[in-house]
Design a protein around this ligand. Structure first.
Ligand SMILES: *Cc1c(COP(=O)(O)O)cnc(C)c1O
Length: 386
């Protein structure tokens, strides 16, 4: 079944009267008149719900839906995308070890691997996923876990993920792929062998800037372990947020189709402006990973366009003041077009040297393209930049 159809199909929420919109189980707990039922539920002999930290119909339905969209056996939902990353790392590396992190990555991932897990004995190493020698060097130094993204934040870099994952597995190294930017609309990391795929549902899948949630999907046995970590650590999602994300996910395909088409049009237009030093979009022939993007992505190249402004930080400030419909929002994935400043927001965990190494500085802005008419978005940038 195609991704457009999949998300609209009925799914396994408890629904005795067949309501078309899934009922919301906004409850922390359930009442029983038989102690043995509770005993069996908690022992895992009987299926059902007793206490929402250990499972809720809405969060379970959302986990099933994300797994379905990703072509995975099972999914579990976490209180945030960051919790999904932490859960996935602890699932595959339950005691301190080496975490290999792709150089171009979300700052919060570094926050988890280096700042949170570092003091517990984990070590973090940067890997240049575009340099086979660097990969080989890190892979040959013993057991490790690799964390990378399909489309990197903010420059849309895409590494030859299928080859990297195959090589990692040859060396006994597990791989987590953060598929937040590409979404299952454009990329299917399970098909490249990813051990776990994580999402910030806060972004495109939720799609309306009204919730914070994450997901971990993969093989059933691995996700069962992940779910146990979520339950015991309390990184549990709220049922209403899951209900909203479920609703958002149902329109993911049409939103991504529109916003990625808009992104292509915007990138093409921005590339020719004198006030723009460089436009980064994997759909452009000028992007360093254009060939791998064409090989690995489906149905377009995503909805994130980044640009470096000729006039540096001052031009960034002016641009944000002059834009009329595009707002500065330090996040992404809304139905409206927004922009952010990675050095100030998403990548502030990185030192200046680390920022420079991945090619960003104060002149770079990241645009999350929405579902408006593409001409309105283009016109707004042109009036603000010229
Ligand atoms: C936002 C984001 C996260 C973290 O998600 P939260 O829901 O904000 O915790 C992780 N990875 C990527 C790529 C993101 O953009």
């Amino acid at each position: 079944m195609d991704i457009y159809t999949q998300a609209t199909q009925p799914i396994t929420v408890m629904n005795p009267n067949n309501a078309v919109s899934p009922p919301l189980f906004q409850t922390s707990v359930y009442a029983f008149n038989d102690v043995e039922v509770v005993d069996e539920l908690l022992a895992g002999i009987r299926t059902g719900y007793s206490y929402s930290r250990g499972g809720n119909p809405n969060t379970d339905a959302l986990g099933d839906l994300i797994a379905r969209l990703e072509g995975a056996e099972k999914g579990t939902i976490t209180g945030s995308g960051t919790a999904a990353l932490l859960t996935a790392i602890l699932t595959l590396l339950p005691s301190p070890g080496r975490i290999l992190v792709a150089r171009e990555i979300y700052g919060g991932t570094v926050g988890v691997a280096r700042n949170l897990l570092g003091p517990m004995g984990y070590t973090m190493e940067w890997v240049d996923t575009h340099d086979p020698e660097d990969i080989g060097r890190h892979f040959s130094q013993g057991p490790a876990l690799l964390v990378l993204e399909t489309l990197s934040n903010p420059l849309g870099r895409i590494a030859p993920l299928d080859q990297i994952i195959a090589e990692a597995h040859d060396r006994g190294i597990s791989v987590i792929v953060d598929n937040t930017f590409a979404t299952p609309f454009h990329a299917n990391p399970q098909s490249w062998g990813a051990d776990l795929v994580v999402h910030s549902l806060t972004k495109f899948i939720g799609g309306h800037s009204d919730l914070i949630l994450g997901a971990v999907v993969g093989k059933r046995a691995t996700v069962d372990r992940a779910q146990h970590i979520v339950d015991t650590s309390g990184m549990t999602p709220d049922p209403f947020a899951a209900w909203l994300a479920f609703r958002g996910a149902r329109t993911l395909a049409v939103r991504m189709q529109q916003s990625s088409g808009n992104a292509m049009a915007l990138a093409t237009n921005l590339e020719s402006l004198a006030s723009i030093k460089h436009t980064y979009y994997p759909g452009l022939a000028s992007h360093p990973d254009h060939q791998d993007a064409r090989r690995l992505l489906e149905r377009g190249f995503g909805s994130i366009v980044s640009v470096a402004l000729t006039g540096g930080y001052d031009s960034v400030r002016d641009l944000i003041r002059r834009l009329k419909i595009v707002r500065f929002v330090p996040s992404l994935g809304d139905v409206s077009t927004t922009l952010s400043h990675p050095v100030v927001a998403s990548h502030r965990e990185l030192s200046t040297e680390e920022q420079v190494r991945i090619g960003i500085d104060a002149s770079v802005i990241r645009i999350s393209v929405g579902i408006e008419s593409s001409q309105d978005i283009i016109d707004d940038f042109i009036q603000a930049l010229t």
